[in-house]
Ligand binder design. Sequence first.
Ligand code: AVI
Length: 316
Amino acid sequence: MDMFAAPPRFADDVRRGLLATPKQLDPRYLYDALGSHLFESICKLPWYPLTRAESALLERHAADMVAPFRDGATLLELGCGCGEKLSMLCEPLSARGSPVDVQLIDISEAALDLSKRTLARFSVDITAHRATYEEGLQRAATCRKPGTPVVVLFLGSNIGNLDPTGAHHLLTTIRAALQPGDALLLGADLVKPQDELLRAYDDPLGVTAAFNKNLLVRMNRELGADFDLSTFAHEARWNAEASRVEMHLISQCRQRVRLPGAATEVSFEEGESIWTESSHKYTPESIAALAECAGFQCTKQWIEPHARFSTSLLMV
Ligand code: AVI
């Protein structure tokens, strides 16, 4: 998974998070090597339609999405993953012979390498930045091609894992790195019936539960903690007021857990939770409002009607 802020220190963050009320952990810690594989599996689950819905939108509308940049563009992807979605956007531009260059920003070397391989079939210049979003945006700004618009891609509903303040901060940071004529293509999951939302985050196969509980495995391995996995249960909650699905790990009994690597011990009441992630769900209007507050204009939105997923073109 990709990072916005500087990579934080696990032990310090865990100590602070577990001594806070309510107990909470930074969702970025879900993505160690096993967590990243589990997330890839989640994306293939029938109950988690986000990834397929976004790919369907890109397959159907890529040409339309990049139409304002038909004379050429720099495509800059924040959190490039495997480069597949970027390829779908390169396709219509390179089919027209438009000059395209690509800037990849990810903290994972493996993701950068994979994306480069996926894009190898296009004749595009690729620059990879192993960096946080903020650093990568700064570096990319220094190698900007004069006269060529920059299109930032922030896909996969990663915006949903930021709280409203974080989302606003990220969008204003992106906006500050851009110039008139540039754009942000933003993928965001939309509000839908509660049962669909809960099934997406608490699937019957238990893959999302494993993804969540893997955080306990990680604390046991990296901090020498003694979490007993059988005493914690995965729970997904829809918080309608905040428009987010929350993932929690609920202690099934009163207990005390030692975390020597974080120099702390933590007590749990029966039923007490560790809040591990939020996935904010938007409406087309709330995306446009968020964009406008950060200095963008939402010029077009594409909505996948079954899974209710959106891609928005936000112009500077
Ligand atoms: C990466 N992110 C957009 C996923 C989401 O839907 O919030 C992470 C995830 N958590 C549980 N399932 C998927």
